[in-house]
Write a protein that binds this ligand. Sequence first.
Ligand SMILES: [Zn+2]
Ligand SMILES: [Zn+2]
Ligand SMILES: [Zn+2]
Ligand SMILES: [Zn+2]
Length: 690
Amino acid sequence: MTKACNEASGQPPSKKRKALDESAETAETTKTKKAGSCSKQAGSSGVRRTQSRAKLSMLPSLSLDILLEIFSHLFPIDLLHLARTTKALRNLLMRRNTTTVWKYAFTQIQGLPECPSDMSFPAWAHLAFEPVCHNCYTSNVRNISWILRTRLCSRCAKICLEDAGIFDAKNNIDKDVLECVPFNNYCGKYCLASDRKRFVQELKAHKEDRQKFVEQKMAEVTTRLDHALLCEDWSKALADERAITLQQIKDNRHNAISEKLLQLGYGKELDFLSDERADDHEHSEYVPFHKHHLVRHPRNLTDKVWDSIKDDLGEYMQKVRAYIKSKERKELVWKRRECAALAWNEYRNAKCDPGSFLPNQIDLWVWDPVRDIIERPSEAEVTKDSFEQVFRGLPSFIESWQRDKITQIVHNATDTMKWIPFPGISDLELATCVFTCSNNFFHSLMRRYEDDQSCLMWFPEFVHHRCNTLTRRRYGENDEELQDLDSCGLLSVNSEALGLRRRQWSARWLFFDDKASRTVRSILSACGMSQSAKVQQLDQEDPRLICLKCSFGAKCDGERFFSVMTWRTAVQHNLKKHFGDGQTNFQRISSLDVDEAKRLETAEQVRRLSANPNRPQQPVDKPWRCTLCRDCPVEPGALTLAEMWRHQYRRHNKLKKNLEEGVDYYRAYDRPPPQPYQVKIKPRDPTVDL
Ligand SMILES: [Zn+2]
Ligand SMILES: [Zn+2]
Ligand SMILES: [Zn+2]
Ligand SMILES: [Zn+2]
């Protein structure tokens, strides 16, 4: 009895005092409703504590009957704390004849199994109700091992426990230890080193009646285990109940704070926060209301508490208010941009040549007159019609926009090829002006070029190239003037290329292709054309060529077979077969042979198609785009004529016979003209022909 009392109340100085104070407080907050406490009141401030202690010191002078009557209203934890206040009280409460007080105190704890016969009441109260480590008195140790009858912090658990694995069941003493010492079976099998040592000592003392002693100990362990199981059930039920109570306190506090904030005029913000909670929405601007540390704190909201937190919460609500305001502003701006895009689409379809080189909606949004309207104060009403007036300036804006973008391309060319004397914009139309696009990733998304094809572009293809106006979603380009474009559904191009969106026009991916340009020079020489010939002229000439590098310099003589190519195919050929060799020469075949070559080209196409109708070896030519869908999210991309008819009927309810090229649909200038297959003939010597 005495020993147990000492364990329970004999305390190391201040550290334990502090731990117990804390635990008393936690016990109050976590609401041991039945094990509730009066000691809290005695310990809330230094002054009050001294006063209370002064009064308590009078207690032992009262008659025992009165004392017992007073004590009978206390809980076990209170008695324990009381016993620690003064020596006199300790002596009184640890006396055997006060057992009934303890007993009565324990009856007030619903469901707690009885104090085991081999334990004192104070030790039992200490184990059940004081959340401190039994070894170092660290506070807030909630795990109780009912079978070991101890609470240990994780640090002390390492010191005080012994793993069952260290005992050898073949060794007589170890075997008895495993059977007679209580072991914890949670997360491994452990016993208290002190229990084991005591048992071994006792075992040595029972040399005569060892067997009887072991049997008695085994029976004790069994009883202890049964009791421990009951205790576990009780503490689990208590923990569940505590969790519910805690949640109730939190909910009450949450509601009480909401009510206070509502009175302060934060209704809109509270609604917003509760919607966010429902959506499980989180962002970096502020913590969600229900996760705010002042809101979720598990303590009831008193006026005093409210006074101490209202400034902080007011600041928080102001932050939320500012966030809502900026969010609403952003949404409004996006609505206005939508209106501007709609107005622009209507203007473009009515006034501009379809298929011409034009800005898209984003280019419009950053045009100052349109931007000014979009950014008008939130109170101002902005509709599609609001843009009518400034759109009168569109023709000159479009003109300067086009000039600006074309100049960008010229700069790209002159930056890479300093030696090319590009005096101006018109030189972009030269046949020797060839661009390539470095964004193969986009091309694969758009299924643009065949594996064996380089992306080579002549005027006007590179001006209209899709990569100039598309970008990857979520990889927001930092060269754009507007933010948040990634989340704008209006900029989707999913029908054409999944995962891409429209962007502000940019020539960032375009590069002048020097090797291709040199090859064109060589072709122009072979054709006897001027080096300053334009793409259009070369297309009109539509020469057929043979590669003299492949024939090791041998020319057409009417005897030899040669692969015959168009000029564009010849450039691709030199880039692929001869790595763009600048020395490659070509010979133009006689016009008499060209007719034969073209006939064979057509036949070859028919032959390949009939041999393998489902897998044409050349990409299908899709030369048309829909005027009404231009730059819209539903834009289907480039189409064949048959596909265009279907599209117009389904989407725009227009019949084939009413469709007009250049009005309802326009040429997709971003697409290269399709090239025929190479054919083999024996071309005659063209010099004889001429
Ligand atoms: Zn400890
Ligand atoms: Zn590209
Ligand atoms: Zn060749
Ligand atoms: Zn359409």
